[in-house]
Design a protein around this ligand. Structure first.
Ligand code: ATP
Length: 363
């Protein structure tokens, strides 16, 4: 039997379980033997009980759960060749040379390095007599497919990442709750929204609830934005609005590349308008709770596409990332997606917004 293992790595996100479930079940359907690797790359490095063959019913009733049932971790050992050597030894023992990695750009980079080193790792394991020549010969290459599990929707090449839609639901549910209290007291709420260097969640939440002002990293506000924002808030109050919402992405910056925080925004409103202003940081609530229907379906489709890609490989294949583009599943070269994403991050740091747009357009 061809064996395949799936793991989740980096930050958790809603919908990862749907992806894991689909990987297991489509693998079984295709006649491949699925394994679950628990605790991300730590599971690969440590092996033993953390790498387990999996049956159809092992993933029953997991789709509706948030987070990841197989655990995730940040594993510093896997960043070192010695850790990856242990990981290779554990995979060889279990006869696994197909991997589905669900994580962010760091996890996918790690997977690619592991794939590139595979032959060298096996040679070293044979030299050290940790595996036999025959064992090594059975698994001459490692095929990998990556899925992006991230609430930030910050990977190039895919329209959506697994978890983003659920996080948006969490944010707008929380904001709907704040509406009643904000309106009763005529308050202004300044919310910090997750997303690291990506303003997607902030913009979309702003549209979904009708926020009056958003601050995102991709479009630092022009000088004097404080005045413009206050004018806007004041005029909407004058027109009868009883509350205000301002959303600040956690990566929001100004023209000088200085971080803009929720407390900066509160101070501006306090001093210029004297409105009763409160700061709410939703924090990890955004990545918790049940996955939305969209994320369950996205995770399922991506998981299925990942197995299909590995199943169809006739021998060694390039590393792929499964993406959704215009509602179609597609496979893209993994490292070009990761590298473009990193380049966009660097362009953002250098505040080269034209380059950022160019890179976006090309991905
Ligand atoms: P998130 O976007 O949620 O942070 P991520 O996958 O980018 O997810 P990281 O912490 O960057 O999160 O990576 C997760 C794990 O992947 C690391 O702890 C490490 O085990 C592995 N990893 C990341 N980068 C590398 C690398 N360059 N080489 C080897 N392994 C890596």
């Amino acid at each position: 039997d061809r064996c395949l293992a799936v793991l989740t790595s980096g930050g958790d996100s809603q919908g990862m379980n749907a992806a894991v479930r689909a990987v297991v079940r489509i693998a079984l359907f295709k006649g491949m033997k699925p394994y679950l690797v628990n605790e991300g790359y730590k599971g690969l490095v440590e092996g033993g009980e953390l790498i387990k063959e999996c049956q159809w019913t092992d993933v029953t009733h997991t789709m509706h759960k948030g987070g990841t049932i197989i655990g995730t971790a940040r594993c510093k050992e896997f960043r070192e060749r010695s850790g990856r050597l242990d990981a290779a030894a554990n995979l060889v023992k279990a006869r696994i040379n197909n991997l589905v990695i669900i994580g962010g750009d760091g996890s996918l980079t790690g997977a690619n390095i592991f794939k590139e080193e595979w032959k060298g790792l096996l040679e070293e394991l044979v030299r050290k007599e940790r595996i036999t020549q025959e064992e090594a010969a059975l698994l001459p290459y490692l095929n990998i497919v990556g899925l992006v599990g991230s609430i930030d929707n910050d990977m190039c090449g895919t329209d959506m990442t697994i978890g983003t839609d659920s996080a948006l639901h969490r944010i707008i549910e929380a904001m709907d709750c704040l509406v009643s209290t904000a309106s009763s007291h005529q308050r202004t709420f300044v919310l910090e929204i997750m997303g690291r260097n990506c303003g997607y969640l902030t913009i979309m939440a702003g549209i979904a609830v009708g926020a009056e002002w958003v601050l995102i990293p991709e479009n630092p506000p022009k000088e004097g934005w404080e005045e413009s924002m206050c004018d806007k808030l004041k005029s909407s109050r004058e027109k009868g609005r009883r509350l205000n919402f301002i959303l600040v992405a956690e990566g929001a910056i100004d023209q000088e590349n200085k971080k803009i925080t929720t407390s900066d925004v509160k101070k501006v409103i306090d001093s210029k308008l004297g409105f009763d202003t409160r700061v709410t940081v939703l924090g990890h609530v955004q990545r918790g709770g049940r996955p939305s229907a969209y994320d369950r379906i996205l995770g399922t489709r991506m998981g299925a596409a990942a197995v299909q890609t590995l199943f169809e490989a006739k021998g060694e294949m390039d590393a792929f990332m499964i993406a959704i583009r215009g509602n179609e599943m597609t496979k893209l070269p993994l490292m070009s997606c990761v590298e473009t994403t990193k380049k966009i991050g660097s362009a953002l740091n250098e505040r080269d917004f034209n380059r950022m747009q160019e890179l976006r357009g090309s991905s």
